[in-house]
Each structure stands twice: as structure tokens, then as C-alpha cells.
Ligand binder design. Structure first.
Ligand code: ATR
Length: 266
């Protein structure tokens, strides 16, 4: 695609953000539909966030994804929020129109990825590990689908706070409910590094479990799940589906999953 004076600009705002895969597959999506637009990474220092965000609008940028650590701060700057962003308390997609519109597509990315693996999840029992930003979108999605949700977090207070907002059950140890659940979802950052501790005794994973890790790689948790014959999925497809949904919000067009996958040579 040739860049001209008419080329529209989209991007992702985060800190750090240089490692992001979004520019690769979002540009592939624009190319797929021959849209005259580019998608770039904006690494913004936390102290510059408000200036940068309002500056993007002033520059006529059409839309951005928002990633760590700005998902809550961006929400505060929106003139309009969709119901999902409001309930989750975070935005990951901004559309700069006459007003600043904030959306959350993390929850739907998670849901589509989990359903690809598991099919219908209504009434399934799920253990969610972690109570941070990602956990909120995951718990929102699971609650919406009618799952029975247990949540465990290292800092139990954060899990208790989530239980005030969603109809979920806080557990003190993951192992207390392992035999009872169908699905285990890791939303913590544990597993990113080989040196990370294990969240529970992974030997206790059963073949009947489905294990979903939001981290984009095969973590020790997923390795063990695969070894045990359980269904296992990392966070990459979730990332791709959230991006597909952001793209739909910006353009009204739905790019096929295999197009974004191919752009990453998967
Ligand atoms: P994100 O937006 O990616 O969810 P976050 O909001 O910073 O990031 O949340 C990180 C999650 O990983 C939290 O649930 C955190 O647990 P605490 O609330 O106790 O901090 C969890 N986490 C990070 N390191 C951990 C570790 N070593 N053991 C257990 N949980 C950990």
C-alpha cells in the first residue's frame, strides 16, 4: 500500500509497546481490504499519556488500541463507553469520531478463543487465576456466558474486590477446587519467565481439564496440560480475536482469523 496525504493513521498506545504484534496483523488487515491506512506503535511515557492521547485526536488519528498500563486512564478520557468497557472498567479500543469512543474487545477475544477450544461453555465451572486487569475482562466474559466462576489471587484482597462486582467465588488455594472445575484460566504473568514459581501443583491437572493461558507462549502450565492430555491454548488467538473486533469497530469489516494468523507466519 502506497502512503499518501490521504492515508489514515491508526495505532497502539502502551508502555512498553515495541514488542507488540498488533502492528503486524492490523496492517495485514488493512491490506486485505485495500484500506488506505497504516497502524503504528506509539510508545508513550506514563507522564505524557493525557497529552499524547488528546494529541492523537488533534492530529486526526482515526483509532487506537490501548494496552498496559493505560487501559483505565484511557477510559476516563472517553466521551462515550460501550456497555462492556463500562462494566469491565477498562478500554482497549478507541475510535476518534466526533466524540472519543471507548470499547473493550479483550473479553470477546478471550471468549471466541475459548469457544474455539471448548464449544459451548454455559454452566461450565471455571477457575480463574489472577485478579488484575486481564482477569476482569475474562471474568466478565465467563459471567456473561453463564459459567460458575472461582477466582484465586496471590493477593486475596483483589479477588474479594472482584467478587463485589461480579457473581464469583473466591478461593484461598487453586487446589481446593481443581477436582471440581472444567476449565482453568491463567490471567497472571506467571509463566512468562522460566524462573517463575508454579501457581499450584501442575501434576494435578487432569485430562478432562481445559487449560487456557493468556500469555502468548507455551508456559510450564500449558506444557504440563499438554503432557496430561488436557486441551490447552495460549493467549495468541485471544489477542488476534480482540484485534479483529477492534478492526470491525473502526472499519465495519470483519477480517478472517486465517488472514491475521498468516500475517504472523503461524
Ligand atoms: P494484567 O493487566 O496483565 O492482568 P496486572 O493488573 O498487573 O496485569 O495483574 C497481574 C496479575 O498477576 C495479578 O493477579 C498478580 O497478583 P497480585 O494481585 O497478587 O499482584 C499476578 N501475579 C504477578 N506475579 C505473580 C506471582 N509471582 N505469583 C502469583 N501471582 C502473580
Amino acid at each position: 500500500m502506497k502512503i499518501s496525504g490521504k492515508t489514515q493513521v491508526y495505532g497502539i498506545v502502551g508502555y512498553p509497546v515495541r514488542h507488540s504484534l498488533s502492528p503486524v496483523f492490523q496492517n495485514a488487515s488493512f491490506e486485505y481490504f485495500s484500506v488506505d491506512a497504516i497502524y503504528v506503535a506509539f510508545e508513550v511515557k506514563p507522564e505524557d499519556f493525557t497529552t499524547a492521547f488528546l494529541g492523537l485526536r488533534a492530529l486526526g488519528v482515526k483509532g487506537v488500541n490501548i494496552t498496559l498500563p493505560f487501559k483505565e486512564r484511557a477510559l476516563e478520557l472517553c466521551d462515550f463507553l460501550d456497555e462492556h468497557a463500562r462494566e469491565i472498567g477498562a478500554v482497549n479500543t478507541i475510535k476518534f469520531a466526533n466524540r472519543i469512543e471507548g470499547y473493550n474487545t479483550d473479553w470477546i477475544g478471550f471468549l471466541r478463543a475459548l469457544k474455539d477450544l471448548e464449544g459451548d461453555i454455559k454452566n461450565k465451572k471455571v477457575l480463574v487465576l489472577g485478579a488484575g486487569g486481564t482477569s476482569k475482562a475474562v471474568i466478565y466474559a465467563l459471567s456473561k456466558e453463564g459459567c460458575y466462576v472461582y477466582v484465586w489471587n496471590r493477593t486475596i484482597q483483589k479477588a474479594l474486590e472482584l467478587a463485589e462486582r461480579f457473581s464469583i467465588h473466591v478461593v484461598s488455594h487453586p487446589e481446593d477446587v481443581l477436582d471440581d472445575v472444567d476449565i482453568i484460566v491463567n490471567t497472571t504473568s506467571v509463566g512468562l519467565s522460566e524462573r517463575d514459581p508454579h501457581l499450584f501443583d501442575y501434576e494435578k491437572i487432569k485430562e478432562s481439564h481445559t487449560v487456557f493461558d493468556v500469555i502468548y507462549k507455551r508456559t510450564p502450565l500449558l506444557e504440563k496440560a499438554i503432557e496430561k492430555g488436557a486441551k490447552a491454548q495460549d493467549g495468541l488467538v485471544m489477542l488476534l480475536y480482540q484485534g479483529i473486533e477492534s478492526f470491525r469497530i473502526w472499519t465495519g469489516m470483519e477480517v478472517p482469523l486465517n488472514v491475521v494468523k498468516d500475517s504472523l507466519s503461524l
